[in-house]
Design a protein around this ligand. Structure first.
Ligand code: CA
Length: 226
């Protein structure tokens, strides 16, 4: 497995590279944003570990440029900031997950394994729920016939809920189903993605599709019923 680590703190980069190499990963390191973007655009990696605060081009811009350019390599953002708006911005630009520094190396390994395990969605029939139609094979979502642009993680989350329309899905099940790990996700990651999904799916319509079940999880309801 080939990983790209974009990290400007040389000591951190060296430690991570050494640790990951011991786990069997081939790690290429970029020490600034421009180099990182160029390497990500010109090489095939299985995963990108992307620091946000970088000299040159920041991690947000790199994520956006890669996704805009049709490169869908999983991105795990490494952030020293834990402010929700920053995290939400990173996820909305196409990152798949994030870790707040300092993090334990074991947690990093678990996240990497989980993102690498995630395969493409099952290629089967289209799913529908109320105004929504989701095509797993084409990786497209439509609301009343209008295509909605979702990032990969938003798509997986919606697909998981749509396969269980009308059923309350527990937070742990959603996390396991979308990220592949068991409760080992920063608690507001799921909520941040739900907010992003709601904004994109519900727009100004005022019709709530994804409902919060307090203390339990979320449910997608096809109609306006509670
Ligand atoms: Ca940095």
């Amino acid at each position: 497995m080939r990983l790209l680590l974009v990290e400007d703190e040389a000591r951190m980069a060296a430690l991570l590279k050494k640790g990951l190499a011991e786990e069997g990963y081939a790690v290429a390191v970029a020490g600034d944003g421009r180099t990182g973007l160029a390497m990500a655009e010109s090489n095939e990696f299985d995963l990108i570990l992307l620091d946000i605060m970088l000299p040159g081009i920041d991690g947000f811009t790199i994520a956006r440029r890669l996704r805009d350019g049709g490169i869908h390599t999983p991105i795990l953002m490494l952030t020293a900031r834990d402010a929700a708006p920053d995290v939400v911005r990173g996820l909305d630009l196409g990152a798949d997950d994030y870790l707040t520094k300092p993090f334990s190396f074991e947690v990093l390994l678990a996240r990497i394994r989980a993102l690498l395990r995630r395969g493409p969605s099952a290629q089967d029939v289209q799913l529908t729920a109320g105004p929504l139609r989701l095509d797993p094979a084409a990786h497209q979502v439509f609301r009343e016939g209008v295509q909605i642009d979702l990032t990969r993680t938003e798509f997986l989350l919606l697909e998981f809920l749509m396969r269980r329309t009308g059923q309350v899905v527990r937070r742990a099940s959603l996390i396991e189903g979308v990220w592949g790990y068991d409760r080992d996700v920063e608690s507001n990651t799921l909520d941040a993605f739900i907010r992003l999904l709601r904004t994109k799916l519900e727009g100004d319509s005022g019709a709530r599709l994804i409902h919060t079940v307090r203390g339990v999880g979320y449910v997608l309801r096809a109609g306006g019923e509670e």
